[in-house]
Design a binder for this molecule. Structure first.
Ligand SMILES: Nc1nc2c(ncn2[C@@H]2O[C@H](COP(=O)(O)OP(=O)(O)O)[C@@H](O)[C@H]2O)c(=O)[nH]1
Ligand SMILES: [Mg+2]
Length: 317
């Protein structure tokens, strides 16, 4: 193995935002049967990732294999452990938002980072936000992190800073405790197969001010149409609402509703699984099968932190 492909990734977050749970979830889910085409294996908190053969080997690398060491970094240690050249997986509790210590740390340390917006289950089950409010809550986190990134990292020794952007794919959303996570690309790929719309075209519609006018059948940038109708954002009706419907159906143990939702995403549950005694377990079973956290988080880290200078919209899988 080429040693240059081994990398420490610091998992950083404000206390209680879910670092330890995330790393434990990634480690424990290695026992889940791998998909046929999965290229991720794990060993302790070390994660192997093999770049798919379809992706040209980037210049300067002589191995397709990456070894990631995810370091669950206690908040008190961050200041002394991180160097300018380090890479980090930043975890933010979507309900609490970015806490001051987290922002200060990003400014100070000038690190490159990807973001995991954690505890999405709380947004759906506890706060029960409508989809536009959920979008605004998440977007505030993305904007706050970007302000921090831009304030730091301009020193001559620092790497070229990359802002985080869900469309680029360096932001993932999910629930560490439930074992699921996604980037916009997961949904774009799903709709590409379902609707025949090219993934790249769809990706841009899944974030930001992209609203669908279903009367005139076109995408527009204003939330209110010329004739006064309130339109829905791409993120809301193509991601958040389907996600919420699946989680709520599992939480209600409504097998009729759930089976219908799962049919669309090609997931079958056995009767035994549907009748699982605990609602929590049922949500985890369904969501892990749909969007297993390992696939999303590990490939995001490799693509956006480990591969040399990924260009925006550089899709390696
Ligand atoms: N609802 C919910 N709770 C979570 C999630 N991830 C972690 N937690 C809970 O948040 C608390 C703090 O998590 P922990 O991993 O210890 O945070 P750390 O201090 O950043 O390591 C624990 O009670 C976890 O069970 C999540 O995705 N959803
Ligand atoms: Mg911890």
């Amino acid at each position: 193995m080429n040693n240059s492909n081994i990398q420490n990734i610091f998992v950083i977050a404000h206390t209680d935002h879910g670092k330890t749970t995330l790393v434990e979830s990634l480690v424990s889910n290695r026992t889940i049967k791998k998909e046929e085409d999965s290229d991720i294996t794990t060993m302790g908190s070390l994660f192997h990732y093999d770049l798919p053969d379809s992706v040209p080997l980037p210049l300067g690398l002589d191995s397709r294999r990456f070894l990631l060491n995810l370091i669950d970094t206690p908040t008190v240690d961050i200041g002394c452990r991180l160097k300018e050249s380090d890479d980090a997986l930043v975890v933010v509790d979507v309900v609490e938002g970015v806490c001051v210590s987290g922002q200060a740390m990003l400014q100070l340390e000038r690190i490159n980072s990807v973001l995991f917006i954690n505890k999405m289950d709380r947004l759906i089950l506890e706060l029960q936000l409508d989809s536009e409010d959920a979008y605004q809550t998440i977007n505030r986190i993305v904007e706050t992190i970007n302000v921090s990134i831009q304030l730091g990292g301009n020193g001559s020794n620092s790497k070229q800073k990359r802002i985080i952007d869900p469309v680029v794919g360096n932001v993932a959303f999910g629930s560490g405790v439930q074992g699921w996570a996604f980037t916009l690309e997961n949904w774009a790929a799903l709709y590409e197969t379902k609707l025949g719309v090219p993934k790249e075209k769809l990706l841009r519609r899944l974030w930001g001010n992209n609203f669908f006018d279903d009367v005139n059948k076109k995408w527009v940038s204003n939330r209110v149409s010329e004739d006064g109708r309130t339109l829905k954002r791409g993120f809301c009706f193509l991601i958040y609402e389907p996600l919420r419907d699946i989680i709520l159906a599992a939480n209600e143990k409504n097998s009729e509703k759930l089976t219908k939702q799962l049919y669309y995403i090609n997931i079958n549950l056995t009767n035994a699984e549907l009748e699982q005694t605990s609602r929590k377990e049922l949500i985890c079973t369904v969501m892990k099968r749909f969007l297993l956290i390992n696939n999303c988080i590990i490939s995001m880290v490799v693509k956006h932190l480990l591969l040399p200078s990924p260009s925006p919209h550089n899709n390696i899988i």
